[in-house]
Design a protein around this ligand. Structure first.
Ligand code: 8X3
Length: 252
């Protein structure tokens, strides 16, 4: 009997990462949940195991290369890597944005994805049929006022995905970029505004139905479960109420 394929998901403690872990587990993968918050991923892994799936948790900060390399030694063969860890900090104009925020966003979104992808690429290749998913954002494709630091980091991730795809063509690994627009999760906007829930709520104010974490996990799972020769290079997904990063239909 063939071994159950393994999927590693970063940032699996909440939001899109947790929803993706649930859906990939349901799709038959043995999921390895990673995030900094050990208690959360352990709870989710226990819940999935209880439901009859195969799930384990591993506390990991994707910006810590030594820890990432240590984590990677556990895998000789890996089917799927979902680079989901990342996020936004602040929504200040370029003129006044905090360079420390910009640096941190570059670290988590770009260097974090680079670290984990580099460390696990040998195992993905060794599987003979590997998939790298990079969760960028519509912020990786065009900019908006107040988005500067996040947009720059997400453009970095987009470039990482495009360049890697060029460089490893001919190997048995595909690179899928999923770029969501407005997704309402429990933490994204609150983290961006450092716990200011009023500011966070304004992001979604009057928007009839922003995407949910499950909606995005659904697109990831769909892309990952296409036949091996099918590469969904870039999947852009927005709610119907959002026509562009700055054109959103809101009801008063
Ligand atoms: C999230 C989309 O519009 O907040 O990645 O930048 S946005």
């Amino acid at each position: 009997m063939a071994a159950t394929p393994i999927a590693v998901i970063t940032g699996a403690s909440s939001g899109i990462g947790a929803a993706t872990a649930r859906q990939l587990a349901a799709a038959g993968y043995r999921v390895v949940l990673t995030a900094r918050r050990k208690d959360r991923i352990e709870t989710l892994a226990a819940e999935l195991t209880e439901a009859g799936h195969q799930a384990t948790a591993y506390a990991l900060d994707v910006t810590d290369r030594t820890a990432v390399d240590e984590f990677a030694t556990a895998f000789r063969s890996l089917a799927v890597l979902v680079n989901n860890a990342g996020g936004a900090l602040g929504a200040d104009p370029v003129a006044t944005g905090d360079p420390a925020d910009w640096r941190q966003m570059y670290e988590t979104n770009v260097i974090g994805t680079l670290n984990v992808t580099q460390a696990l690429l040998p195992a993905l290749t060794a599987s003979g049929d590997g998939t790298v998913v990079i969760l960028s954002s519509t912020a990786g494709l065009s900019t908006y006022e107040g988005g500067g630091g996040y947009v720059a980091a997400k453009h970095g991730e987009h470039v990482l995905a495009e360049t890697l795809r060029l460089e490893i063509v001919g190997t048995p690994v595909r690179v899928i970029e999923v770029a969501p627009g407005m997704v309402k999760t429990e933490e994204f906007a609150t983290t961006r505004f450092r716990g200011d829930t009023e500011k966070a709520a304004k992001v979604y104010a009057g928007v009839e139905a922003p995407l949910s974490a499950d909606d995005v996990a659904d697109t990831i799972t769909w892309a990952v479960t296409r036949p091996s020769h099918v590469n969904i290079d870039l999947l852009v997904v927005r709610p119907r109420a959002q026509a562009s990063n700055s054109k959103v239909h809101r009801t008063p």
